[in-house]
Design a protein around this ligand. Structure first.
Ligand code: PGA
Length: 244
């Protein structure tokens, strides 16, 4: 059985008070979920949230530099995240690629550093409008270049078509399911059937409490990376109730 996830990517949203309050409210409901539930706040909130977060929530960074320390103004290294007890990170989100020119070569270095340090990583991939799905194979091949099979156990993939992120246009359950199946085939080509069958592949892009159920029933979809709809505790709890 593949692990299922519901992860809120808060991007550059929330002040500290709201972020802490969200976590407190989430933890007040003592439900047992069948999926792993996580949040990815901004860096500067991680330490405070780490103090109050319980085992019921995974804490993710939104990015991690692959260089342990040095002169890289404005970045946070994977070792600094681990130092404050944050062992999960999103890597290669399309907004990092788009606004900060992050290439698959850089993503590859980040993945390697984090996975080697036993961090759990959510690698985001997705095609632009009109781009062939086969682009995902090229991107995966570059992002995972020389990353050994033994490191893949801590890797989760999030399939997020660029045209669906923040647009309100979700991929249909059938399309999301079919594309994730294809991604699994690419992973099979890069590694083997065992890796392909066991890796969790999430869908992301305008998921909310109204559409999550229809997507969730698709057999290839192992969970969700949710942006906008994860910001309100009420919506997040509803998604957790419906899905997790
Ligand atoms: P969205 O963002 O849910 O707001 O579309 C998803 C993401 O960027 O991870």
């Amino acid at each position: 059985m593949r692990t299922r996830y519901l992860i809120g990517n808060w991007k550059t949203n929330k002040n500290l008070k709201d972020a802490v309050s969200f976590v407190e409210q989430f933890q007040q409901n003592k439900l047992n979920y069948n999926a792993k539930i996580g949040i990815a706040p901004v860096y500067v909130h991680l330490t405070e949230i780490k103090k109050i977060i319980s085992d019921s929530l995974l804490l993710f960074a939104q990015d991690a530099n692959f260089i342990e320390s040095g002169s890289y103004t404005g970045t946070v290294s994977f070792t600094q995240l681990q130092d404050i007890g944050v062992n999960n990170s999103i890597i290669g989100h399309s907004e990092r690629r788009k606004y900060y020119n992050e290439t698959s070569a850089v993503i590859n270095q980040k993945l390697f550093a984090c996975l080697k340090a036993s961090m759990q990583v959510v690698l985001c991939i997705g095609e632009a409008l009109g781009q062939e799905i086969s682009f995902l194979k090229t991107d995966l091949t570059n992002c995972l270049n020389t990353i050994d099979k033994s490191l893949i156990k801590n890797l989760v993939i999030a399939y997020e078509p660029l045209w669906a992120i923040g647009t309100g246009k979700t991929a249909t359950p059938e399309v999301a399911n079919q594309t994730i199946k294809t991604i699994r085939e690419y992973i099979n080509d890069l590694y083997d059937e065992n890796v392909a069958n066991n890796i969790s592949i999430l869908y992301g892009g305008s998921v909310d409490h109204n559409n999550i159920q229809k997507l969730a029933i698709m057999e290839q979809i192992d969970g969700f990376l949710v942006g906008k709809a994860s910001l309100e505790i009420k919506n997040f709890l509803e998604m957790a109730r419906v899905y997790a």
